[in-house]
Every structure is written in C-alpha cells, then in structure tokens.
Design a protein around this ligand. Structure first.
Ligand SMILES: *[C@@H]1O[C@H](CO)[C@@H](O)[C@H](O)[C@H]1NC(C)=O
Ligand SMILES: *[C@@H]1O[C@H](CO)[C@@H](O)[C@H](O)[C@H]1NC(C)=O
Ligand SMILES: *[C@@H]1O[C@H](CO)[C@@H](O)[C@H](O)[C@H]1NC(C)=O
Ligand SMILES: *[C@@H]1O[C@H](CO)[C@@H](O)[C@H](O)[C@H]1NC(C)=O
Ligand SMILES: *[C@@H]1O[C@H](CO)[C@@H](O)[C@H](O)[C@H]1NC(C)=O
Ligand SMILES: *[C@@H]1O[C@H](CO)[C@@H](O)[C@H](O)[C@H]1NC(C)=O
Ligand SMILES: *[C@@H]1O[C@H](CO)[C@@H](O)[C@H](O)[C@H]1NC(C)=O
Length: 676
C-alpha cells in the first residue's frame, strides 16, 4: 500500500511540477563577462572587477559628486502568487570606502518593479531610488535594504542600515555602532581594505526578513555568517512589490563622496510555478488526469481500508510493543522466560493478589537477584488504553511510590514488573493480623502517604490525581515505609463507573467509604477528593477500623461520623486503636504519643470535610504531619454537605469519566488505583 501511495504522490508531483525550485545567480568573481549579463543604469559602471554603483575615479573627486546609479539583473522574478510569497537568499561583498573627510550618501540592495532609468535628481539622500517628487509614493513599488553613511534629517545617524519601502525615509533602521547589539561596524572607513559580507534572508512563508553582516580585510575570502542578525523584521513583499520584479543595487553620492562597490554577489530565489498554459498537458491536468488519479486513489483507498481492517489488530499490538519500547524513561524490557522462571510458571502458590484485571505474582529474578511482583492482565483488548497512563507512571519517581521496574510483552500478553513490597499492603497490617502495627510505623505511614500525594499533586510536572486512595493500595516496603501502589492500570480494565462502587477485598463495599461526597455529583476526581481519601486513610490508621463500620459502632455506620461524634464530645482518645494502647502498656518504647494520635485524628477530620474547598491542601498537610504547622480547626459538628459547592476547583478539575490519562483542561491528569 505504501508503494502505491508513493507512486500516486510521484505522479501528482510530476504533473503539477516541482514546487520549490530555485533560481541561482552566482557572481563569484566579477569580470568582463558579467558586465554583459547585468544592466547598468545612471552613473554606474563596471571597473576594477567590481560593480561601481557610482563612479570610481579617484583622480578627480569632483567627478564623483552628486551621482546616482543602479545595477540590475535584467530578468524578472516572480515573487508572489495568491498566498504564496517566494523566499530568497542573497549574499554579497561590498566596499564603501571614502577618501575625503565625510562619507556620503549610501547604497542599497533593492527589488524594483522595472528596468527603467534612475529618476532625475536621485543623488544625495535619494540613494538612486527616488527624488523629491516621487519619494514615498506607493507607485514606486520597491523594497530596499539601505547601507546609509550620511545622516539626513530622517536618519538616526550616519552609519546604519534600514528597510526602505517606496521611500528613502526608512520604515525601520539599525545603527551599526550599537554595543548593546554587540556590533561596531563602520560602513564607510577611510581604509580602503575593509569589506563587508552581507546576508539577506527572506522567508516568504513567515514573511520575515533577516540581515546579517560581517567585516573582513580581504575581498576574496569567505567568512562565516554571524549567528545574530543586525536587523530582523516582518515584511510582506506581496503588499508592496509587483508580482514580477527585478533584483539589483543602487547608490548615490552628494557633495561628499564614497565608493559604492559590489565585489561578489550570490542570489537564490524560490521559483513559484507559473500558471499552466492551455496545452494538452494543461487540459489533461485540469480534467482527465485528476479524475483518473482520483479513481485510482479511491480504489487504492478501498483496498487499503480492507487490508487495514484485517491488520488492525495485529498492528495495534505491534504498535503497543513499539510504544512500550520507545516510552521515555520506560525502565526495562524483561524476557518472558525469566519472568516465567521467577514466578515458577505463574504458579498459584506465588499469587499475591487477584483482581478484575488479572493477577499479581511474586517471584525472584535470579539473574538480578531481586524480588519482584509481576502483574498480568487477563484481557488483551484493554492494553492500548492504559499506555497513555503508563507514560505518566513510568516517569514518576518518589521514595513513597512503588517503583515500576519494567515490562514484558509476549504472545499478546502484557506483564508489568514491580519491585516486590515484602510487607504487603497496609490494610493487612491494620485489620487481618495478630501483630498490629506499632504507633511509630503508623505515624510513619501517614508521613509517607502525604509525601507521595504531595509529589503527585504539586511536584511532578503534570499534576496527577491518584483517584483511589485506600489502605489496600498502600504498600509497605521492607522498612515499613509506605509506598503508593500501582495506580493507573486498573482504570483501563474496568469502566469508570465501577471504580468508586465496586466491591473491595473480602466482598465488603470497601471503597465506598473513601469517596468524597461531591464525587457522587461530579463523577470527577480532584486534588480535593484525593485529600478526602487521605483523611479516611488517616482515620483508619489511627483507629484501626475500616471506613465503613460493620457492625455499627455506637449507632454509627461511617467511621468519619463516629470519630466526629467522639471529637465533639471531647472523647477523641477513645477513637485510637486499642491495640496500639495495649502495646504501649506492654512496651513503653513503642512510641505512642497520645498527642500525635489526636493531631492525626483532627487532621483526618479536617481532610474529610464535606465541603471540598474547606479541606487542607497537600502542601499544608505535609507541614502538619511533620509538626511544622498546627492542625487546622475542625468544626464540632460535621458540616452539612451542600451541592453545588462554591469551589471553582470542582468545576475544572480532571474529568473523571474521560479517563484518558491525558491532561485535562487545567493540566491535571487522572489516575486510578486497584488493589494488587
Ligand atoms: C568570469 O567569471 C565567471 C564566473 O563568475 C566565469 O565563469 C568566467 O570564466 C570568468 N571569465 C573570465 C574571463 O575570467
Ligand atoms: C549637488 O546637488 C545639490 C542639490 O541636490 C546642490 O546644492 C549642490 O550644489 C550639488 N553639488 C555639486 C558639486 O554639483
Ligand atoms: C556564493 O556562493 C558560493 C558557492 O555556494 C560560495 O562559495 C561563496 O562564498 C558565496 N559568496 C558570497 C559572497 O556569499
Ligand atoms: C523625479 O523623477 C520623476 C520620474 O523619473 C520625474 O518625472 C520628476 O521630474 C523627477 N523630479 C525631479 C525634481 O527631478
Ligand atoms: C519619515 O517618516 C516618518 C514616519 O514614518 C515621518 O514621521 C517623518 O516625518 C518622515 N520624515 C521625513 C523627513 O519625511
Ligand atoms: C542600541 O539599540 C537599542 C535598541 O534600538 C537602543 O535602545 C540603544 O540605545 C542603542 N544603543 C546605542 C549605544 O546606540
Ligand atoms: C586574500 O585571500 C586570497 C585567497 O583567500 C589569497 O590568495 C590572497 O593572497 C589574500 N590577499 C591578501 C591581501 O591577503
């Protein structure tokens, strides 16, 4: 198919003619031959292997006064058509030496409408371009770059370049002795051996002119083009010039004199293709051939679509693999064989967890000598979806996130390899255990989770919203440091709606208790809803109870409501997990500090505020858990949830239902988590 497309492309190209051809004029050494190729007007001559725009006869200075002349390539160049403006590049070497006291007047590189003579009385300040009658007239139809050595009333100084449009009064000028620009070029020195190479680049697409200059002391040498232009300006030539114009130079002297020589000259102009004439090829082009080409194209397209449909599946898999391989920062591709060995052929006994998406297996990579958790995916059709999310995850690096080590793609199966977290998930240590977490570790967990969330919300270059914070998504490494789990992947597997309502571990309505109330209305995860989930986790950690109380406690079904009641009644220490208290009685050094627990509980309540805009921000939360800031005041009665709230954040945060993982309107990204 690609071959066919290329053939069509070539065919079309052949018929319509090349688009960006150039016409080159290179007058490298100016000799007598060149004289016959150029048109000399006014007082211009050819001598001493140079174009003398004004005469060069040093013996008789009075002969040099009040002169004006032009030298033009006697060929038309098409410079614009419809919206297309031709680009051109010119470089030339000039010498503007002056023998007497003061130099005058200047020379120009000019694009002219015709080959007519220089106007009468175009000497002096008129630079061989205009005279006092016609200066400034829009009928002049010229654009010139002036190299001006004499200060007229409208000039900034006697040593500048400028852009002249139909007038010698420039539309824009640049003094050449300007330290700010790093230039100190004296256009007309009294030393004859000073040459300037000038580069004029015109970009027709961007309608922009740039002029560069460099001086040297040998007319024959080639010097490098400076990096900084002396003059840059927007310039739409099609506004001022005739469609077909001429390139040349002009110059003048006044009572004071100078040489105005061009010693070398290159010019390259982009060719705009002319309108096709009425010939056989033109007719073909206009009628027959396009039809033929179109029908061929349609047939090709039909065949191509068919082939594409067949190949689509296969291709998307190849694409996925390619995308994975080229993902920026994607850690490592593992051999399937190695993962198979590591997990004893994905033996059930190595299974660490199971979910709607697939399973997680523990194992040891003998080569690297590291323990890994290998995540498999049941369905292959969802793999493309989370690729975009993977691009975010693989770039996240934080000591409180579970590190993604690499991936493997084999027989349409994607496997992701994570560092194994030897101590499993936080919920196990809070609820299903004989050895409950010591206070110090609980506090450390809260510190870790807040640090990870702060990173996602504020430090990573694209804001990431975790979306499904809960105890079962918080893993504990060998040092019992909290690590936020492998977020982002599950979302691609199940549709959005299920995320907040699905059944958690053990058939309990696990995640319900973690969802901020506004999310039921907005279906959107926000930084604030993450903070809400964080608040719930904090309460869980301190109370050692799940967010939904089964059976009810003191008539309360939600942990938040129960803690809030205890807080109101000044009984908040009663909310703290009794098993922590037991440990304290047994071993004094376990580090339980009642004060700390109370701070965390109040922080948990503040984060669980029903109104999103009242919840503290992660930035402050990190300060609070690190005891650098006091806990914010918490109202004694749990405030009512009012919808809609006043928070602008609710209106523009990440879209919960789009779920693409791409930045949303405010630059946030949405991610989602599943238990491993
Ligand atoms: C003049 O210069 C042109 C190129 O610039 C060159 O082709 C030609 O041979 C030269 N003629 C003489 C007489 O040197
Ligand atoms: C040059 O021209 C100016 C007016 O354009 C005139 O005043 C002056 O006398 C002329 N000088 C000579 C030497 O012809
Ligand atoms: C003109 O072009 C030739 C060949 O590209 C190059 O060697 C030469 O230096 C150019 N001359 C000027 C004045 O830029
Ligand atoms: C200026 O040039 C135009 C056209 O060449 C001419 O008609 C006119 O007389 C000139 N004006 C003066 C003052 O020489
Ligand atoms: C030069 O042009 C500017 C505007 O571009 C104008 O204000 C000024 O009067 C002109 N000067 C002369 C001497 O014509
Ligand atoms: C150099 O050019 C800049 C911008 O036009 C101007 O502000 C500055 O005064 C100039 N400096 C000198 C020394 O002419
Ligand atoms: C100028 O450069 C040319 C070649 O680059 C060299 O042959 C010549 O001798 C130089 N002239 C001077 C005066 O240095």
């Amino acid at each position: 198919m690609v071959v066919f497309l290329i053939v069509i492309f070539l065919l079309l190209n052949f018929l319509s003619g090349p688009l960006a051809e150039q016409r080159n004029f290179i007058f490298q050494s100016l000799n007598q031959t060149i004289r016959d190729e150029l048109s000399f007007k006014g007082d211009s001559t050819f001598s001493r292997e140079a174009l003398q725009l004004t005469p060069d006869t040093l013996n008789n200075p009075s002969f040099l006064q009040n002169k004006s002349g032009r030298v033009i390539i006697p060929q038309k160049f098409r410079l614009w058509k419809n919206n297309h403006v031709a680009s051109f590049h010119s470089s030339f070497v000039i010498n503007i030496f002056h023998p007497a006291n003061i130099a005058a007047e200047g020379m120009t590189f000019v694009i002219l409408p015709s080959l007519t003579q220089v106007p009468d009385n175009s000497h002096g300040g008129f630079l061989g371009l205009t005279n006092s009658t016609i200066d400034g007239s829009p009928d002049n139809r010229f654009v010139a770059v002036e190299f001006d050595t004499f200060k007229q009333p409208y000039d900034p100084d006697d040593n500048h370049i400028g852009l002249n449009i139909n007038s010698v009064n420039s539309t824009i000028t640049r003094p050449l002795t300007n330290d700010t620009y790093g230039y100190n070029l004296i256009l007309s020195p009294t030393n004859v051996d000073v040459f300037f190479t000038v580069w004029i680049d015109y970009d027709g697409t961007r309608r922009k002119i740039q002029i560069y200059m460099a001086n040297h002391d040998n007319r024959s040498i080639t010097v490098p083009k400076p990096s900084i232009p002396v003059l840059t300006s927007q310039l739409d030539l099609s506004k001022y010039l005739l469609q077909d114009s001429y390139f040349g130079f002009s110059a003048s002297t006044g009572d004071n004199i100078q040489l105005n020589c061009v010693l070398r000259w290159n010019l390259t102009v982009e060719i705009i293709p002319p309108e096709p004439g009425v010939d056989v090829k033109g007719l073909l082009l206009k009628a027959g051939v396009p039809c033929l080409v179109m029908s061929i194209f349609v047939i090709m397209w039909l065949i191509w679509s068919y082939v594409r449909a067949i190949r689509k599946k296969q291709r998307s898999e190849e694409q996925l693999e390619f995308a994975l391989k080229t993902l920026p920062g994607m850690p490592k591709e593992y051999a399937f064989k190695d993962l198979k060995i590591a997990t004893c052929n994905f033996d059930d006994r190595n299974q660490l967890g199971k979910g709607g998406f697939g399973s997680v297996y523990g194992g040891r990579l003998s080569k690297e000598g590291i323990d890994v958790a290998v995540k498999t995916f049941l369905r292959d059709n969802c793999q493309g979806d989370f690729l975009s999310e993977l691009t975010i995850i693989n770039r996240l690096r934080h000591r409180n996130l579970v590190p993604l080590l690499g991936w493997c793609y084999k027989n349409k199966n994607l496997l992701l390899v994570y560092e194994l977290m030897p101590n499993g998930s936080l919920d196990k240590h809070l609820f299903n255990t004989e050895t409950p977490l010591a206070w110090e570790r609980r506090y450390n967990t809260v510190v870790g989770v807040s640090s990870a969330l702060h990173y996602l919300h504020n430090e990573y270059d694209n804001t990431v919203v975790h979306r499904d914070l809960k105890a079962s998504n918080i893993m504990l490494d060998s040092m019992f440091n909290a690590r936020l789990g492998d977020f982002g992947l599950a979302r691609a597997i199940d549709n959005e709606k299920t995320s907040y309502t699905e059944q958690g571990h053990g058939g309990m309505p696990g995640t319900v208790g973690y969802i901020a109330p506004e999310c039921f209305h907005t279906q959107k995860a926000t930084r604030e809803s993450d903070v809400y989930g964080f608040g719930v986790v904090v309460l869980e950690v301190v109370c050692g109870r799940k967010p939904v109380l089964i059976p009810e406690v003191d008539g309360f079904r939600l942990l938040i409501d129960w803690v809030w009641m205890l807080y109101r009644e000044g009984r908040i220490p009663e909310a703290v997990d009794e098993r922590v208290l037991d440990i304290r009685e047994e071993e004094e050094e376990s580090g339980y500090v009642g004060n700390e627990a109370e701070r965390l509980l109040r922080l948990g309540l503040a984060c669980s505020h029903p109104m999103a805009e009242e919840r503290p921000k992660m930035h402050d939360i990190v300060q609070i858990v690190n005891k650098k800031m006091p806990v914010p005041d918490v109202p004694h009665f749990k405030p009512a949830f009012i919808w809609p709230g006043s928070s602008p954040g609710l209106l523009n945060f990440s879209s919960y239902s789009s779920g693409s993982g791409y930045p949303n309107s405010d630059g946030t990204r949405s991610l989602n988590t599943r238990p491993r």
